[in-house]
Design a protein around this ligand. Structure first.
Ligand code: GCW
Length: 672
């Protein structure tokens, strides 16, 4: 039965006979030297992949002696690769890139996967498998690929008791009570899945961190994970608690300028590297939502981060410092991260990178990009996306986030004039960053399919692929994922793709259309537009709705570069999807459609529900075309989603109606 465990590395036999024959002829033999754990992983993956996809396992040889040979390696470990005239291409691949080419070697037809490092070969092997999984033609094959960003990270919000904050997919993957002795097979599968996307670092524990993970007791266990991940190019990072010197070390405080504290961290870091020689570094949530930090001691974020960075520097470790900070002191929470960090630009050490959520508030269904992107020319920057569906129906709703990621990555910051997109900032094309990239909060747990809702996998997939190449279109990634995860049948692909590409707008429309935000319950699942918190964000009253962030309001618009600040400030020019984020707008305001704001808002809520119903109808049409288990699972979840969508719509429309006192536009069923 299809339980989703293999995710996008599902290597089922290719049904198309013609294609199967062609692929079989192309991959009769494999030539590679398995002289490293990474190359061993390459061989394992190819064997697994070909056995499944082609129904045969190619012979692994040391030399080419027939057609249909796949040759993999680096100039250092393969004489064949070294003898090919590809040096000028290899020079442009960096440490992690690869090339795949069809070549005639010694008179034989071969396909070559070459790179500068073993890891590059692994990435190339996964790419080749993906091509086969998605039924791509191999004639005149020539692929050159390298990641656009150095840091491509997964963040787990996993606790020591194996609960997962905002996880919704079972217990944490990491079995602390049986480690280090028992190496659950899931760890290696996790590494395969992760590396197949090019993700090269994993923070394994919650940013709301307990200190224990850096004790010797836990380091022994974590070292086992690190050993399993290492051949796959994945470094382990740990979230730390800033007051560890107090809770673990018995010191009086954790002041980053106190020499006792400095030495305590240095000593701890040495211990960590003794167990995990390729340890990535620390992820830190400090002075945020009750977490301790340097501010307690009158120090700023840069002083707090730099102290840790100095301890890690001799070992090549880095500090990932989160910019998610807000307090009660400002009237507009959306302004805070920018106001806090922009004055510190240039004050952070080179091995510190600031991790900034995609939007200035939290992981809302839709936010404009955080104005910190583009505003930190001298501070290494990472974006933090959320794959887990904290505000998007948890494990119950189908929401493909690819288009949302792209909306942010493609947004122009105008930091250096036209075309300074967020993606370009993150790839270091706008400013000269030493470190930069993308992180995402992922949710895998002990559920058989890892992610709870089978479609959360698709957002994880899109995230990883975009971290490798932010220019990839969301629709193309959806299609890849469908082919790899469900089927190569054209009807199935187009149907599921339609569902996925509608799902994000549907999620926004029935919850928080036109720039509304944070109007859910405390659990972030259901609607609560009447709550105090919601009221602070939507500000609805008798006259209108929306948060005034124009120059007459909190002036958050000033945090964006021209011309965006002016566009966002101008009620006639602002894209309507962000209207109520930046403006308090009268119910009678005329929208581009000709409707009043009130009508438009109501129509959007209704449209959201209709979109979910369309998704249901599309899904139902797949019966018999995909495996029964996943068909039934998603069908049932869509029923829940439809119910929830109606509840969101009715709750919001009826609540706002008590303020606007305007009628539901004609032709719509009355909300109850
Ligand atoms: O949105 C909030 C979440 C918290 C989370 C926090 C953060 C890990 O509700 O669960 O804590 O963001 O990102 O630090």
């Amino acid at each position: 039965a299809e339980d989703g465990y293999s995710m996008w590395l599902r290597y089922n036999l290719i049904e198309d006979e013609v294609l199967l024959k062609e692929y079989r002829e192309t991959f009769e033999n494999i030539v590679l030297t398995r002289n490293s754990e990474t190359l061993q992983a390459v061989e394992n993956e190819l064997t697994k992949g070909f056995t499944g996809l082609l129904g045969l396992s190619p012979e692994v040889k040391s030399d080419i002696d027939s057609n249909g040979t796949l040759v993999l390696g680096t100039p250092a470990n393969s004489e064949i690769i070294a003898s090919l005239k590809i040096q000028n291409k290899l020079d442009r691949l960096g440490e992690e890139g690869f090339l795949i080419e069809q070549k005639n070697i010694q008179g034989y037809h071969t396909i070559v996967v070459a790179a500068n490092t073993d890891l590059g070969v692994l990435y190339g092997a996964f790419h080749l498998l993906r091509m086969i999984q998605t039924h791509q033609p191999l004639a005149n094959l020539s692929v050159v690929s390298r990641p656009h960003m150095p840091l491509r990270l997964a963040n787990h919000w996993d606790n020591v008791d194996r609960s997962v904050e905002r996880g919704y997919a079972g217990l944490s993957l990491w079995e602390w009570s049986t480690l280090p002795e028992y190496k659950h097979p899931r760890y290696a599968d996790y590494a395969r899945m992760t590396a197949s996307l090019g993700i090269n670092g994993v923070a394994i524990n919650n940013v709301n961190a307990v200190a224990w993970f850096i004790t010797d007791h836990f380091l022994k266990k974590i070292a086992v994970l690190a050993d399993i991940f290492r051949p796959y190019g994945i470094k382990v990072y740990l979230s730390i608690n800033y007051s560890s010197p107090v809770s673990l070390g018995g010191l009086d405080g954790a002041d980053p300028l106190d020499s006792m504290v400095i030495n305590w961290w240095k000593e701890r870091v040495q211990h960590i590297y003794a167990s995990i020689p390729n340890f990535g570094g620390f992820l830190v949530k400090a002075d945020s939502e009750g977490q301790p930090g340097p501010k307690t001691y009158g120090r700023n974020h840069a002083q707090g981060a730099n102290m840790l960075a100095e301890a890690l520097e001799p070992f090549g470790g880095i500090v990932i410092w989160r910019a998610f900070v807000y307090g009660e002191r400002q009237a507009d929470r959306v302004r805070e991260a920018y106001d806090e960090f922009v004055p510190l630009d240039g004050k952070f050490k080179d091995n510190v990178v600031l991790q900034i959520k995609n939007g200035p508030l939290d992981f809302m269904p839709r936010e404009p990009f955080s104005p910190l992107f583009g505003a930190l020319p001298k501070t290494n920057t990472l974006i933090e996306f959320q794959v887990t569906q904290e505000y998007l129906g948890n494990g119950n709703h189908l929401v493909y986030k690819g288009p949302m990621f792209k909306e942010i990555l493609d947004a122009d910051t105008y930091a250096k004039g036209n075309g300074s997109t967020v993606g370009k900032v993150l790839s270091g094309e706008v400013f000269d960053y030493k470190l930069s990239g993308m992180a995402a909060v992922v949710n895998p747990g002990t559920d058989r399919n890892w992610t709870g809702h089978p479609f959360v996998q698709s957002s994880w997939y899109a995230f990883g692929r975009l971290a490798w190449d932010y220019s990839l279109p969301a629709g193309e990634l959806a299609e890849e994922w469908i082919r790899m995860t469900f089927s190569n049948d054209e009807m199935v692909i187009s149907t599921i793709k339609k569902i996925m590409m509608t799902s994000g707008e549907a999620a926004v429309n029935f919850r928080e259309p036109l720039g509304l935000t944070h109007i859910g319950t405390g659990s972030h699942y259901g609607p609560a537009p009447w709550s105090n918190r919601s009221n602070r964000f939507h500000q609805a009253d008798k006259y209108g709705i929306g948060f005034d962030r124009t120059i007459n309001g909190s002036n958050a618009v000033e945090q964006y570069y021209p011309p965006l600040n002016d566009i966002f400030n101008d009620i006639d020019r602002i894209p309507e999807k962000y209207l109520l984020w930046f403006h308090h707008v009268s119910w009678n305001h005329q929208m581009k459609s000709g409707h009043t704001l009130w009508e438009e808002l109501v129509y959007k809520y209704y449209e959201g529900v209709e979109q979910v119903r369309q998704m249901q109808a599309e899904w139902d049409s797949l019966e018999g075309m995909i495996d029964r288990q996943r068909f039934q699972h998603v069908k049932a979840l869509l029923e829940i989603q439809e119910c929830d969508a109606v509840r969101w719509r009715n709750s919001c429309v009826l609540y706002f109606q008590t303020l606007s006192e305007l009628p539901i536009p004609e032709g719509l069923e009355q909300p109850k």
